[in-house]
Design a protein around this ligand. Structure first.
Ligand code: SAH
Length: 193
């Protein structure tokens, strides 16, 4: 199949990501930060996430990654597109449920509330699950061995390195409330882990 089918899917998904995040990004700048956990590790992870987000745009707009091209087939294109759509829905729901408590990095906001409802009732990290599924969707849709898995690899690293500090920050602030939430929910996959 012509790779432009995959390029169109990725362009739409990327635009959807930006449209979903934009209003929350704007709103979060108006809510005061009372505690920041943004150290060197966070700066590294945020830079990595940006690079991984932009690699597919490079693949679409230049021929720099042409050496890693592979053929595109209909079934992976469809399966990957469904995964991307589901991940975008989950990304949107997580943002809505987290509301003003969301930060792009590790932070506690003024009047920070522990969210345990909506998609947060099923797992403690639905937004990271959305990112991992988005990465998996891209890996399946993009017929390129470099650009395809780049987002999934970056998100797996972000997840592995940020989860511990994030849960520690939540536990330290919300104490027993977080312990109880932790006791009744899984991290990422409902009922499994
Ligand atoms: N890990 C979550 C949230 C990602 S956004 C998810 O994957 O859905 C990261 C910010 O969300 C962190 O700064 C943290 O302070 C905040 N946060 C994480 N879980 C939260 C929760 N259950 N309630 C309120 N804030 C939360």
């Amino acid at each position: 199949m012509n790779p432009w089918f995959a390029k169109a899917v990725i362009l739409i998904a990327t635009a959807a990501m930006i449209v979903i995040r934009a209003p929350h990004g704007r709103k979060s700048r108006t809510v005061k930060v009372v505690k920041s956990g943004k150290g060197h590790l966070e700066v590294f992870l945020l830079t990595l996430a940006w690079i991984a987000f932009l690699v597919p745009i490079l693949w679409i707009s230049t021929s720099w990654l042409a050496f890693a091209e592979r053929p595109l087939y209909l079934l992976p294109l469809l399966v990957g597109s469904v995964l991307l759509m589901f991940s975008l829905w989950l990304f949107h729901r997580s943002h809505v449920d987290l509301g003003a408590n969301w930060s792009v990095t590790l932070e506690l906001r003024e009047a920070h509330r522990l969210v345990t409802e909506g998609v947060y009732r099923h797992v403690r990290h639905p937004m990271y699950l959305a990112f991992l599924l988005y990465g998996l969707g891209q890996a399946i849709v993009i017929p390129n061995w470099v650009s395809g898995p780049s987002y999934a690899v970056a998100m797996a690293l972000l997840f592995a390195l940020r989860l511990g500090p994030e849960e520690a920050l939540m536990r330290e602030h919300f104490k027993g409330e977080y312990d109880a939430y932790e006791a009744r929910t899984k991290k990422l996959i409902p009922g499994v882990w």
